[in-house]
Design a protein around this ligand. Sequence first.
Ligand code: NDP
Length: 477
Amino acid sequence: MIHTNLIDGEWLGSQDIVENINPSDTREVVGLYTRATTRQTEAAIAAAAAAFPAWSRSGVLQRHSILKKTADELLARKDELGALLAREEGKTLPEAIAETVRAAQVFDFFAGEALRLVGQVLPSVRPNIGIEITREPLGPIGVITPWNFPMAIPAWKIAPALCHGNTVVFKPAELVPGSAWALVDILHRAGLPNGVLNLVMGQGSVVGQAMLNSDALVGITFTGSTGTGNRVALASLEHHRKIQLEMGGKNPMVVLDDADLDIAVEACVSSAFFSTGQRCTAASRLIVTDGIHDRFVGALIARLDVLNVDHALKPGSHIGPVVDAQQLASNLNYIDIGKQQGARLAFGGDCLNRGTPGFYLQPTLFTEASNAMRICREEIFGPVAAVIRVRDYDEALAVANDTPFGLSSGIVTTSLKHASDFKRNAQAGMVMVNLSTAGVDFHVPFGGRKASSYGPREQGQYAAEFYTTVKTAYTSA
Ligand code: NDP
């Protein structure tokens, strides 16, 4: 079967068909997927614009029931869809199933939100005048997503967009069309009218660029690298388009002398290495105070030593492969840079051979790193972390905040004083105490500061800030 694009309710092919390759076993073709052309992308945008007036006035019960049906089908098919996700992206099967469940939870949440859309009624400061503040949908919205959460990130953008009455043109990352196609197929069969959700798979430089060039898309929600996010921002300015950008991270995890060692090691292993370190919320700077440094490094290395890096579907795999050859080459290049700039390679650093040909990389730990080194300033987006030794809490906080990014910031401590101070002063959108920097809930705001995020937060009720525009109406009685 060749998977095609959904444009105005029809599945349309093109001459340009690509193989979706399994990074755990590069001999396996997960499926064949069609790239949309520029013209098809423009047709998808036109369809979303044409469908908007009716969908924006659609009843909330219709939206509720479509989103709920989608949640139910995702949940019922979590094992199958999780396996597809693991095969195309490379995260382990348990992680991939959990991501599918998360997508179902997001649709379930926004199915409920559709029945809870509210405004405000206020008295005017002038006599005999009433004021209503309402939230209206924005219009046709572009959704551009990265490869590392092929199901959850599309879910947490498409669900609120539809819930609030917007229409959507969805461009998933080229590397992971499978989960995107499956999600759109489910939503389409759940009863969305033609044109309300359009799928355009293909390259960022073609399909993504056609979306950036469009006058009709009144909003773009984007997750990906800071470089591409900046392009989205600049291109959107001249179209007066609303934007929501979730971008890179270089997240710190502080470990203080008074930390519980087991909690510190687990929080750091999970933050830095699970999902192959390919999470925007991954901690790649482990900032450790002097008194616990040597014990912490010893315990962390012992833990890394027993992690299995192997095929994503293999029972017992803790870490799957890196997503593709290019990302692997980039990770190896950063490992070289770390060595050249004087960090000590304390664990890993090499590719691994496994039973199947894939992009396997050892979890890699540097020690004796300084926060000025490139491995501590630039996002690597792989299973690579560096330990930075500091004197005390004050230095730890300063180093944690000394970064261009500001997504998630963690601390492991038993001190209420330091935990409270860190929550107040960490320059990040999300702060974790005695927890991994990754791992978030779906009903509360998600996002960061500085080069990590731009525009309103995602998820939960805060999603309305992006997916609606506020109207203030005055009525004289
Ligand atoms: P990219 O920025 O390379 O790509 C993101 C998306 O943008 C892809 O769909 C890509 O298409 C598309 N794109 C590329 N070029 C253009 C263009 N000129 N116009 C429009 N769209 C374009 O990021 P990755 O996919 O490599 O994802 C990894 C990055 O995502 C990391 O930096 C990570 O930190 C960040 N990320 C951030 C999260 C957050 O919430 N803050 C969450 C998850 C990831 P294609 O790939 O098909 O070419």
